[in-house]
Design a protein around this ligand. Structure first.
Ligand code: NAP
Length: 248
């Protein structure tokens, strides 16, 4: 059964830029009210809020470093105070600190695990009581192909993204008897600032390895989120691969 997203409420962590902003926009186009979370760039978040409001839905921006449990609690509280409900949590915020394992510092390791993985415990644990009350609650975790096949210079990031997959499947099992579904999306290489940070020569080689021979668009990930929200009632504990065929 298709779920209409009109008047549903979604939190998108890291919703101010890149893939997250595209997810926020696509959910807003479906009629959902949006909570844009960001960490440092308030200008980008405010711009997204204005763009979303032009679509005729409501939106707020909430500064919260989701790697900190008190900030994540503040984020969920702000959503529920403003809108009185929470239906969709998209755990999208993420960073990279790429370097070979030999050169990796404890700080590189901890920062990436904190922002990409511990953040998901922080937000989901506070949001869960609200999401299980919703008529079609959704948790969608943005993992990565790197969590599936590893990445050179990415032991920290790969560990965090693979951890997200285990988390997704386990929480899906624990909540399967409720109306909540819990899924992960594993994007391939998507044309955002995160990927533009890869040196051009390395990026050209990566693109050559993608069967479809191009980077993905943020909106192609966002439409996957909309699909899971609207038509994913019987889909839980899954990894949705959106990657141009680079991992099958
Ligand atoms: P991006 O363009 O670098 O945007 C990252 C977003 O996360 C920004 O909104 C940023 O907000 C926010 N953020 C960073 N640290 C945060 C924190 N501690 N608390 C709250 N928000 C924080 O990244 P992207 O490429 O769109 O990636 C989005 C997600 O997709 C990430 O989880 C990434 O790992 C995953 N992914 C990306 C690709 C790709 O090819 N791009 C592929 C696979 C998976 P501020 O600007 O305010 O810091």
């Amino acid at each position: 059964m298709t779920v209409e997203l009109k008047n549903k409420v979604a939190i998108v962590t890291g919703g101010s830029r890149g893939i997250g902003s595209s997810i926020a926009l696509e959910l807003a186009k479906e009629g959902a009210n949006i909570v844009i979370n960001y960490n440092s760039n308030s200008e980008a978040a405010d711009k997204m809020v204005a763009e979303i409001k032009e679509l005729g839905v409501d939106a707020i921006a909430v500064q919260a470093d989701v790697s900190k449990s008190e900030d994540a609690a503040k984020l969920v509280q702000a959503a529920v105070e403003k809108f009185g409900q929470l239906d969709i949590l998209v755990n999208n915020a993420g960073i990279t600190r790429d370097t070979t394992f030999k050169k990796m510092t404890e700080e590189d390791w901890r920062k990436v695990i904190d922002v990409n993985l511990n953040s998901v415990f922080n937000t989901t644990s506070v949001a869960l009581p609200h999401l299980t009350e919703a008529e079609a609650g959704r948790v969608i975790n943005i993992s990565s192909i790197i969590g599936q096949f590893g990445g050179f210079g990415q032991t920290n990031y790969a560990a965090a993204k693979a951890g997200l997959l285990g988390f997704t499947k386990s929480l899906a099992l624990e909540t399967a008897r409720t109306k909540l579904t819990v899924n992960a999306i594993c994007p391939g290489y998507i044309g955002t600032e995160m990927v533009q940070a890869i040196p051009e020569k390395v990026l050209d080689k990566l693109v050559a390895k993608i069967p479809q021979q191009r980077l993905g668009e943020p909106s192609e990930i966002a439409r996957g989120v909309v699909f899971l929200c609207k038509d994913g009632g019987y889909i839980t504990g899954q990894e949705l691969n959106i990657n141009g065929g680079i991992y099958m």
